[in-house]
Every structure is written in C-alpha cells, then in structure tokens.
Design a protein around this ligand. Structure first.
Ligand code: SAH
Length: 252
C-alpha cells in the first residue's frame, strides 16, 4: 500500500510517481484537501472512499481510516492513501505508516509538493532568499494537547534571527499566534496569507504581522490557508495591486 502526496491541489503539480501510483490503485482513500482534479488519473473501476469531512458530516476517525486501509490491503487490493500536499508534512502520514507497519503491511511513501511551498511560489516569494533568510521553519498553528503547546514567543525570537515562518493551520488561531510572534518580531514584519494555493479558487492577502487578524477578517480568508511571515516578503506589499495568478493559470 502506498501513501501518496497529492500536492496542493493543482493536478499538474503531482509527481510522475504519484500519477503512476494513482493509476495502479484499485482502492483510493482520499483526504479532504486533495484536489478533485487529481482523481482524473484514477481508474474508472477504482473504489474511491472519501475519508475527510466532505464524505460525511464529521471527519472520519483516524482509527477507522487505518483499519480500512489495513483490511483492503490484506484483501489484496492496491490501496493508495491520497493525502494533501506531502504525506509527511503535518499529514499524520507518520502515524498511519506506523499503524500499517505494525499490522505487518509494507508501506511506500511518495512525496507531494507541500502547500507551504506552493503558497510561497504562487506569490513569487523565494522562501530562503539569501538577502533575507538563513532558512525556513514549517510550523503548525494548531498545536493539539497540552504537551503540544507551541511557544510562539520562543519561535518569534528564532524567526527574528532571520528565518521565514511558513505556518500551516494557523488561520483559526491567528489571534494567539499573532500575539506570540509579536513578542520578538516587529509589527511591521511582512506577512501573507494564501488560501487554496495552486487552485483556481486561490486567494491571498498581503499585510503585516501587526495587522494579521484584521487582514484575515477584512479579506474573509479561511482554511485551508498558509501564513508566511518574514522579510522575504518585502516588496510584495508594494506590488499587491498585481494579483499573482494561481499556479495552474497557464494550463487553463
Ligand atoms: N500534508 C499537507 C498539510 C496538511 S495539514 C501539506 O503538505 O500541505 C492541513 C493544512 O495544510 C491546512 O490547514 C492548510 O494550512 C494547509 N493547506 C493544505 N492545502 C492547502 C492549500 N491548497 N492552500 C493553502 N493551504 C493549504
């Protein structure tokens, strides 16, 4: 069975390996954030199971998904688990693989383009431009459980040393992360929010850290979105009048 990164949504951003795996699949378990267009490569006879919120009212419990993958694989089906972006970037791909391995199944993993990269590229922003950043930090804005509490103040001190932040799942907790990041980063630090990166529905807004919650509210931005913070965004605010095109605009 194979965990496949479906990329950020635009099917043209799938890897060749991912397309081959999708074509081979007889059963596909599909996450919420997988772009519809990606399924064009599935066989007509393939069984497609939506295990995200759009398949029902609530998200399918993780344990159920893992059991289903296991039982289908044990029946001899070619099971592909399609996950948005990259399976190993905030996608619980690691947990799923552990479970399947514990059940004695062999699991392959195929990379996908993670949404944080697609979001930055759609804005034309080089995340590690050497004039502005030593590196980039991918971080979740949605820490779960007491022991997963993220120290935003600490993170902002690190970011202030010259690291770009790429924040996943941050929109719903924007107030909290904004307050935390302001402890070491100045309010005028450039920031961008990109929703539905790489899809025709892509929208973005550019502003500053001090204006984050206001920006999200006034632009009506929501999940799924990536928040990019750092000096690599300099110049973008000035060019904001020119709306960058979604990545797949050329193919349309
Ligand atoms: N494995 C995925 C991330 C899963 S966590 C990846 O590598 O991209 C879910 C979060 O990913 C969302 O809350 C959002 O922050 C981000 N995300 C996924 N797809 C996105 C898209 N097309 N545009 C913007 N953000 C996206």
């Amino acid at each position: 069975m194979t965990l496949v990164g479906a990329g950020p949504g635009d099917p043209e951003l799938l890897t060749v390996k991912a397309i081959k795996a999708i074509r081979r699949a007889t059963v596909l378990l599909v996450d919420d954030l997988v772009g519809e267009g990606v399924l064009r490569y599935a066989r007509r006879s393939a069984r497609i199971v939506y295990v995200g919120k759009r398949g029902g009212c609530a998200s399918t419990p993780q344990a159920f998904i893992e059991r289903l993958m296991q039982s289908e694989a044990q029946k001899g089906e070619q099971v592909v688990r399609l996950k948005g972006g990259d399976p190993f970037v905030f996608g619980r791909g690691g947990e799923e693989r552990e479970h399947l391995r514990a059940a004695g199944l062999e699991v392959d993993v195929i990379n996908g383009i993670t949404s944080g990269l697609a979001a930055a590229t759609s804005l034309g922003v080089p995340l590690t431009h050497r004039d502005h950043a030593h590196g980039v930090i991918f971080v979740t804005g949605h820490a779960k459980g007491a022991d997963a509490q993220l120290d935003w103040a600490q993170l902002s001190a690190t970011a202030a040393q010259g690291f770009t932040l790429v924040i996943y799942m941050g929109v719903s907790q924007a107030g909290q992360l904004q307050a935390g990041l302001l402890s070491a980063l100045p309010p005028h630090t450039p920031l961008a929010v990109v929703q539905h990166a790489s899809l025709p529905a892509q929208r973005h807004a550019v502003g500053t850290l001090g204006g984050l919650t206001h920006l999200i509210e006034s632009e009506g931005l929501g999940s799924p979105a990536i928040i990019v913070v750092g000096d690599v965004l300099r110049g973008l605010a000035a060019a904001q009048g020119q709306q960058p095109q979604p990545l797949n605009a050329a193919a349309a």
